[in-house]
Design a protein around this ligand. Structure first.
Ligand SMILES: NC(=O)C1=CN([C@@H]2O[C@H](COP(=O)(O)OP(=O)(O)OC[C@H]3O[C@@H](n4cnc5c(N)ncnc54)[C@H](O)[C@@H]3O)[C@@H](O)[C@H]2O)C=CC1
Ligand SMILES: O=C([O-])CC(=O)C(=O)O
Length: 335
């Protein structure tokens, strides 16, 4: 006979929610004092899946850590700033989330951030390769399309590269697509499922509206408008913030969702699926976002391209040359 409490514990363990040894995720946030880093760290502090939160930035992290550490959840928070403390903050963590670097101002493209942010991503990946070589890296820093190849080349040089563990975070594109489709179709956005594939900038963002669940049928002009809005949503926020940065709160929400999905996969939970920009042989582009099953080793399985209609195939054709250029720029920076 199994007691009810034991039955619940077994069921929870099977779903990866055990509160015993499985639930022991150490997460580092690099760029933790920034516009994304602070609310992202708050959301991670709220999760029972995170047992230790390490906050790193070049400035202000001790204050952010002191503040968060007063929250009555069962995780330890430490925060140190300055490059001399970077390796200590990363040592032995399971997941490194990277929202470090400058954001856009109106009139800039994500690629305009390359010169400043490329070196930041390179240095953080270098430190990770030394002190947490098995960690999953979740890169939020723009331009994501080039930042993931940069991290990859650094890890390859260090001999610690595992393509199953390096992710570009494109979750905000899915979050936005759900919000906009929910609004347009009059349905609860939380019930909307949609793959957004490709990369994370302008035409490389490909919402697969033909695959929306529950199935909705929009007229052609609405499909055009929704597609462009999802592709340009980052710019919509940059314009609205009028010089005060880009999306931070929605990105923190999306970044926390992605980091927690990674941890659920690492914990052995089944059927955790997220789209993310990763090393890929699904299209001609070396890196591409498609739905992935996340598991104990990072990517368990790449679910590949969803079925595309002719309109979406044209979007894909337009995305590939830009992805090639963005990827090459990132690779060349490290080589
Ligand atoms: N992937 C995505 O969907 C999105 C990406 N982003 C990108 O995220 C990045 C951060 O954006 P925000 O938080 O708004 O910027 P922010 O300027 O508010 O914060 C960035 C933080 O990074 C820190 N930083 C700078 N150099 C660092 C280094 N070497 N090591 C550690 N930390 C360092 C800064 O001190 C600052 O606290 C930008 O590149 C932005 O374009 C923003 C929104 C969505
Ligand atoms: O637009 C930006 O610069 C920030 C970003 O990636 C987004 O909001 O999607």
């Amino acid at each position: 006979m199994i007691f009810p409490a034991a039955r619940v514990a077994l069921r929870q363990a099977a779903r990866g929610f055990s509160t015993t040894s499985q639930n022991n995720a150490k997460v580092a946030v690099c760029g933790a004092a920034g516009g994304i880093g602070q609310p992202l760290s708050l959301l991670l502090k709220q999760s029972p899946l995170v047992t230790e939160l390490r906050l790193y930035d070049i400035v202000h992290t001790p204050g952010v850590a002191a503040d968060l550490s007063h929250i009555d959840t069962n995780s330890k928070v430490v925060g140190k700033s300055g490059p001399e403390n970077l390796e200590e903050m990363l040592a032995g963590v399971d997941v490194v989330v990277i929202p470090a670097g400058v954001p856009r101002k109106p009139g800039m493209t994500r690629d305009d951030l390359f010169n400043t942010n490329a070196g930041i991503v390179r240095d953080l990946a270098t430190a990770a390769s030394k002190v947490c070589p098995k960690a999953c890296l979740a890169i939020i820093t723009n331009p994501v399309n080039s930042a993931v190849p940069i991290a990859t080349e650094v890890l390859k040089k260090a001999g610690t590269y595992d393509p199953k563990r390096v992710f570009g975070v494109s979750t905000l594109d899915i979050v936005r697509a759900r919000a906009f489709i929910g609004e347009a179709a009059g349905v609860d956005p939380q019930k909307v499922e949609i793959p957004v594939i490709g990369g994370h900038s302008g035409v490389t963002i490909i919402p697969v509206l033909s695959a929306v669940k529950p199935s909705v049928s929009f007229p052609k002009d609405k499909i055009d408008a929704l597609t462009v809005r999802i592709q340009e949503a980052g710019t919509e926020v940059v314009k609205a913030k009028a010089g005060a940065g880009s999306a931070t709160l929605s990105m923190a929400y999306a970044g926390a969702r992605f980091a927690l999905s990674l941890i659920r996969g690492l914990n052995g939970e089944q059927n955790v699926v997220e789209c993310s920009y990763v090393r890929s042989d699904v299209t001609e582009a070396k890196y591409f976002s498609t739905p992935l099953v996340l598991g104990r080793n990072g990517i368990e399985k790449n679910l590949g391209l969803p079925k595309l209609n002719d309109y979406e195939k044209k979007l894909l054709e337009k995305a590939i040359p830009e992805l090639h250029a963005n990827i090459k720029k990132g690779e060349d920076f490290v080589k």
